[in-house]
Design a protein. Structure first.
Length: 80
């Protein structure tokens, strides 16, 4: 999202956007490290990308919950 797109969005959506940008960056660094043969560094950045992507999912889930649009997870009963 650009700054103008996030002006009127919620803090959770802004956080999700930042986390996805961080995940994209770390994934690219991991990709480049693999090409350079630096597998330890690639592994570190791949894990960091996963953590950032998971944080984005959490922020989006929080926003969906606030909007009353949350979906039950698999294996969990629907709310009454």
């Amino acid at each position: 999202m650009t700054e103008s797109q996030t002006e009127h969005s919620s803090p959770a959506l802004e956080e999700a956007s930042r986390e996805l940008q961080a995940a994209r960056h770390d994934a690219q660094v991991a990709f480049d490290c693999i090409a350079l043969g630096d597998l330890d560094r690639a592994h570190t950045h791949a894990l960091t990308a996963k953590v950032a992507a998971d944080a984005a999912v959490t922020a989006l889930a929080a926003e969906l919950g606030q909007l009353g649009m949350g979906q039950p997870r698999m294996g969990q009963p629907e709310p009454d």
